[in-house]
Design a protein around this ligand. Structure first.
Ligand SMILES: [Zn+2]
Ligand SMILES: [Zn+2]
Length: 341
């Protein structure tokens, strides 16, 4: 089959690799759509720098079941499925506690196991969800990372409630999904981004207001009065955004960090009083579980969550798409379509 591989030299390259064969507990999926995530750029850079081995990337996958292993009972050949990239071991302490996102004994498609920039991918049967017929693969694929990650941050960790004032820092692919997840909960959303186009997209996704970082105080006051934010979700992870997020928390407010920050280990000072006075929380949200993925698909089926897919490209165009993503020349998600075999 054809695949795109991130190589140590030469970056993304189209290669011919043997068709993967599913193990007894695995499913072979013909990839119909594979989302391009900013994390793919970080993986590409790490491989170029020799910090990771070469890999077929892609962790936002939707497709059709092509073949099933002998022990598979969850899906049938021909089913349209969404694939979660986390392939947890199912046996460790975190997995037994349903925190499969924290499993360190499994694999992750597109990170340390072959991913979706390919005609086929194999995944554990427990990591597939049959898609509702109304959900196109191109819109379903980004739900696996962008949608489920946003759901985990806003709901599972952030516990957004009706009437909450939710501030989304960074309105990229995941941020725009987060705006919609918060809106689905009837929260009021302020989106903050340095890019005008991202701010416009955030309002289109349901944010009540959007502004540049330096306009935050006035914009938040217009929305929340003196109460501050109930929930701030930081999709950038820089010292600046963390400090901004911390500074606008109201009483009972939660700051949820989703991004590790790009190439910086700069942090922010936090005192006991920062947390205790007003009962505030600083939290981290890592990846997502199948439960989050299922909820994201449910919201999509109900018309409440629609990944902002602004670009559809062939597999061979992966290199161009990644270059443009790095340059920031498009807002929202790009999706690769490997096409029929
Ligand atoms: Zn991702
Ligand atoms: Zn595990």
């Amino acid at each position: 089959m054809r695949a795109i591989r991130f190589e140590r030299e030469g970056g993304p390259r189209t290669v011919q690799v043997p068709d993967p064969a599913p193990g007894p507990d695995e499913v072979l999926v013909r990839v119909l759509a594979s989302g391009v995530c900013r994390t793919d750029l970080h993986i590409l850079d790490a491989i170029a720098a020799g910090r990771r081995p070469p890999i077929v990337p892609g962790h936002e996958i939707a497709g059709r079941v092509a073949k099933i292993g002998s022990d598979v009972y969850t899906v049938a050949v021909g089913d349209a499925v969404g694939v979660h990239f986390e392939q947890p071991c199912g046996a460790c302490r975190h997995c037994r506690r349903k925190r499969t996102n924290l499993c360190r004994s499994g694999h992750t498609l597109g990170f340390d196991a072959p991913g979706g920039y390919a005609e086929y991918v194999t995944a554990k049967q427990s990591t597939l969800l049959v898609l509702p017929p109304s959900l196109e693969p191109v819109l379903a694929a980004p739900l696996a990372c962008s949608g489920a990650t946003a759901y985990h941050a806003i709901m599972t960790v952030g516990r957004a409630e009706e009437g909450d004032v939710v501030v989304v820092l960074g309105a990229g692919g995941v941020g725009l999904s987060a705006v919609q997840v918060a809106r689905a909960q009837q929260a009021r959303v302020l989106a903050i981004d340095v890019r005008e186009a991202a701010r416009t997209a955030a309002r289109g996704a349901g944010a009540e207001a959007s502004c540049a970082p330096e306009e935050t105080d006035a914009a938040l006051r217009a929305l929340a009065g003196d109460n501050g934010a109930d929930l701030v979700v930081d999709f950038v992870g820089s010292a600046r955004t963390l400090a901004l997020g911390k500074s606008i928390l109201g009483d009972g407010g939660r700051l949820v960090a989703v991004a590790e920050g790009e190439g910086t280990d700069e942090g922010i000072p936090v005192t006991g009083a920062d947390l205790v006075v007003g009962g505030k929380a600083l939290l981290g949200s890592y990846s997502s579980t199948m439960a989050d993925f299922a909820r994201a698909i449910g919201l999509a089926e109900a018309g409440l969550l629609r990944p902002v897919v602004t670009r559809r490209a062939r597999l061979a165009e992966a290199s161009d798409v990644l270059r443009d993503l790095r340059a920031g020349t498009f807002v929202g998600r790009a999706v690769l379509e490997p096409g029929p075999p």
